[in-house]
Design a protein around this ligand. Structure first.
Ligand SMILES: Cc1ncc(COP(=O)(O)O)c(C=O)c1O
Length: 456
């Protein structure tokens, strides 16, 4: 491990003893001491005391500007006043009904105004809605197989727990990737039905269709892969998927759990001007509450209306969550909200680019809507296998170095990216960039020393 990383880790350890103690208390009762595997990292994760707007405090009272924002779920920022008010009002009139109420069609209407869809059903997590989207596609087409991209994350139900982050030892031929289960408990029969292609490889998708004629129900894709940093679709890729799906009678699912709110009003469908058949939404549409949706055209949703595909959920359209969602659509995901994020985002990205260049760091900044990331590669990555080559210690030097300077630059893990919220200010961006400017020479030095070692 590089001595500069060791130094940052030791600063982190001395700044955050209360998080360490909290982890120790949690470990006997929670596997890894956390509630979701992504929250676990060495030496220990920061435990949060409170958060508001663009900031949070850890248990030791250290303050951070938050560009993690719950893995991109808080484009509203923490405790957005309109969301808090809407939820507080709802708390007085019932938290659960299990019966229809009017917020349901109001929020469905908001979604149908923005996305190329006619009807919506709601859920509570990204996992839930990608699961329903796939089942709906299977029911509609009468086919079992699906295609997903290698390294893509669509939640934790069995059908998509295939080739999530396969190891290089297992992933096989780049043009015909091996279907690798993401851990135990995923039935072998399920794995067989989830075919895998690399992102940005249309030929591989065509080959899968040729090998499985009339058998593929859907292609599920995150239009910009945001679980390998930020990996943009190449020119013509999404259009190519659209064409293939139309030709084959297969449904194209855009998993817009991350991109849906944060790319702009109409998500990736609008950004890339492509109509997916089914769109899944979650994270930032809920403003901090567990809101998710899958939406499609009438003909496909008729499978549910005609009782051919089943959908239900006790927590679906929980009124607190729906009130939060409506506040988000009406008061956060507005032209002004997007303009604000565009402005702070531009300042952040251009500041990063200058610092990267000035310090001779080998890497680049990628951004899309409210998201961005510093990616430590010599050239733009196109897929999971290229992403896998990252120098993880260098990335950890960046992350811990920023955290020690009061900026959580993105979630922990090098497959993530930063998120901006309507609560972030240009002053927050200045602080972020000052921290990066202070750290950048160390990153450049560590990078030079490790490439010198590789050459030697
Ligand atoms: C693209 C994508 N789809 C689905 C999910 C799963 O969402 P959830 O964690 O709400 O189940 C995620 C979560 O990060 C995601 O990034």
């Amino acid at each position: 491990m590089h001595s500069l990383l060791e130094k940052e880790l030791s600063t982190f350890e001395s700044r955050t003893p209360a998080s360490r103690a909290a982890l120790k208390r949690a470990e006997p009762r929670l596997p890894l001491g956390v509630a979701s595997n992504f929250r676990s990292y060495e030496p220990w994760p920061l435990f949060v005391k409170d958060a508001k707007g663009s900031h949070f405090h850890d248990l030791d009272g250290n303050e951070y500007i938050d560009f993690n924002l719950c893995f991109g779920a808080l484009m509203a920022g923490h405790c957005h006043p309109a969301v808090v008010k809407a939820v507080q009002q709802r708390l007085e009139v019932g938290t659960m009904y299990g019966m229809p109420h009017t917020l349901e069609y109001e929020l469905a209407e908001e979604i149908c105004q923005r996305f190329p869809v006619d009807q919506v059903r709601f859920g509570s997590s990204g996992t839930e809605v990608t699961m329903h989207a796939i089942r709906l596609a299977r029911g509609f087409t009468g086919r079992d197989k699906i295609v997903k991209m290698e390294g893509a994350y669509h939640g934790v139900h069995d059908a998509v727990m295939v080739s999530m982050k396969p190891s290089a030892a297992l992933y096989g031929d780049p043009h015909r990737p091996t279907q690798v289960p993401a851990g135990g408990g995923v039935p072998a029969d399920t794995v067989k039905n989830t075919l895998v292609a690399q992102f940005n490889d249309l030929e591989a998708v065509k080959r899968l269709f040729a090998e499985h004629p009339g058998q593929i129900a859907c292609v599920i894709v995150e239009p910009i892969m945001m679980n390998i940093g930020i990996c943009m679709p190449e020119q013509g890729y999404l259009e190519g998927l659209r064409e293939i799906c139309t030709r084959e009678g297969t449904l194209l699912i855009f998993d817009e759990v991350k991109t849906g709110a944060k790319l702009g009003r109409g998500g990736a469908c609008e950004y890339f001007n492509i109509n997916a058949d089914i769109v899944t939404l979650a994270k930032s549409i809920g403003g901090g509450f567990p809101l998710a949706a899958f939406a499609t055209r009438r003909e496909v949703m008729d499978m549910i209306a005609h009782h051919k595909v089943f959908h239900a959920g006790t927590y679906a359209t929980n009124p607190l969550v729906m009130a939060a969602g409506l506040a988000v659509f009406r008061e956060v995901l507005t032209p002004e909200g997007y303009a604000h994020i565009g402005k702070v985002g531009e300042a952040l990205v251009s500041g990063y680019k200058q610092i990267v260049k000035k310090n001779g760091i080998e890497g680049y900044v990628e951004s899309a809507g409210a998201n961005g990331a510093l990616l430590f590669y010599a050239k733009r990555i196109r897929n999971y296998r290229e992403w896998l080559t990252v120098d993880t210690d260098l990335w950890r030097l960046y992350w811990f170095g920023m955290v020690n300077r009061g900026v959580m630059p993105q979630p922990y893990w090098w497959d993530e990216q930063w998120t901006l919220s309507v609560a972030h200010t240009l002053a927050d961006v200045d602080r972020h960039l000052s921290a990066f400017e202070e750290l950048a020479p160390a990153i450049a030095q560590a990078q030079q020393e490790s490439s010198a070692q590789v050459v030697a």
